[in-house]
Design a protein around this ligand. Structure first.
Ligand code: ATP
Ligand code: MG
Length: 317
């Protein structure tokens, strides 16, 4: 897995990586499932990079991003004059991916009328361009991904069962980030270093209270959401320790009983402001002004949240 930087050591993620290694050398079709932002595309690339096809192309097509009327031509190509506007013969993605890998993202959005055509290429390795009679062969390894529940779509007859079973030969399910709690610190630090380096900032650590909030957040947007939160935080951090910014607090991980995610977040937010003000509470440069609170309110909150001035990381006073 040379070119992609896959971070994670939780049991769930390690199982995925073991699967990737086992799957990579084969030519079988892979179906990657998982919530949005869990790393499906990254895993697809990792499979290609670890496969004997790595010297050849990794071609992607997002089935949800192309109008369905154009999808067939995108996949299989078209002959000149196949439809209005088809002024030249064009190769499709299957041909482009010959001897390589074709990644069909959002496969759940593949229209029903195209599904038998995909099934045929997967089974026979051949297809025809739109408007053309000649049969074309292509040696393509297909990896698909979706965040939809394909089993349910099959039950609801929105996805063909025969295609599903053909795609599901090698299934990989990516766990949501909230089930990979051990990976949150690794990923957060990885992204912190990456963005700090990119911005030329020296941010060295993630304070324990910030990390607590990160670990407790529900992360509906998974790794992509974590990455965005860390990027914003790096941009806005002034000290050597990462301040937490702009995390959405409307999605606590535990629905019951009484998660203290919000309290933790409040605490982290106040501590961050205090660090920026060098622990000055009142006055024009004090944390109360920055937080939009009266001095007495902030003091009361600090007491309630048991926030005390901490020793500075560099040992300064
Ligand atoms: N294990 C990982 N280590 C480091 N970064 C990761 C990892 N997994 C995902 N990422 C990063 O998280 C972001 C989302 O990953 P990716 O696009 O692969 O997710 P996805 O499951 O395809 O999302 P969507 O369902 O929204 O298409 C990307 O920026 C990717 O680089
Ligand atoms: Mg994706």
């Amino acid at each position: 897995m040379a070119t992609v930087d896959l971070i994670g050591s939780s049991p769930g993620f390690r199982a995925v990586l073991e699967n990737v290694e086992r799957i990579a050398p084969t030519d079988s079709t892979v179906l990657i499932q998982g919530e949005t932002g869990t790393g499906k595309e990254m895993i697809a690339r990792a499979i290609h990079d670890a496969s004997p096809r790595r010297q050849n192309r990794f071609v992607t097509l997002n089935c949800a991003a192309i109008p369905s009327a154009l999808l067939e031509s995108e996949l299989f190509g078209h002959e000149r004059g196949a439809f209005t506007g088809a002024v030249t013969q064009t190769a499709g993605r299957f041909q482009a991916a010959d001897h390589g890998t074709l990644f069909l993202d959002e496969i759940g959005d593949l229209p029903l009328d195209l599904q038998p055509k995909l099934l045929r290429v997967l089974q026979e390795g051949e297809f025809e361009r739109l408007g053309g009679g000649r049969t074309i062969q292509a040696d393509v390894r297909v990896i698909t991904a979706t965040n939809q529940d394909l089993v349910r779509m099959v039950e609801e007859r929105k996805f063909r069962a025969d295609l599903f079973y053909r795609l599901d030969v090698l299934p990989i399910t990516l766990p949501p980030l909230r089930e990979r709690e051990d990976d949150i610190p690794l990923l957060a630090e990885h992204f912190m270093r990456k963005f700090a380096q990119r911005l030329g900032k020296s941010i060295d650590f993630i304070p324990a209270d910030v990390m607590r909030v990160l670990k407790r957040h529900h992360w509906p947007g998974n790794i992509r959401e974590l990455q965005n939160v860390i990027e914003r935080s790096v941009i806005l951090t002034t000290g050597p320790g990462l301040d937490l910014w702009a995390i959405r607090l409307d999605s606590p991980k535990a629905v019951s009983p009484s998660s203290n995610t919000l309290v933790e977040a409040q605490r982290a937010h106040i501590v961050a402001a205090l660090r920026r003000s060098n622990w000055v509470v009142s006055g024009p440069r004090g944390a109360a002004v920055e937080l939009g609170l009266r001095r007495s309110t902030l003091s009361a909150m600090m007491q309630r949240l048991k926030i005390q001035r901490e020793a500075s990381p560099q040992g300064a006073t």
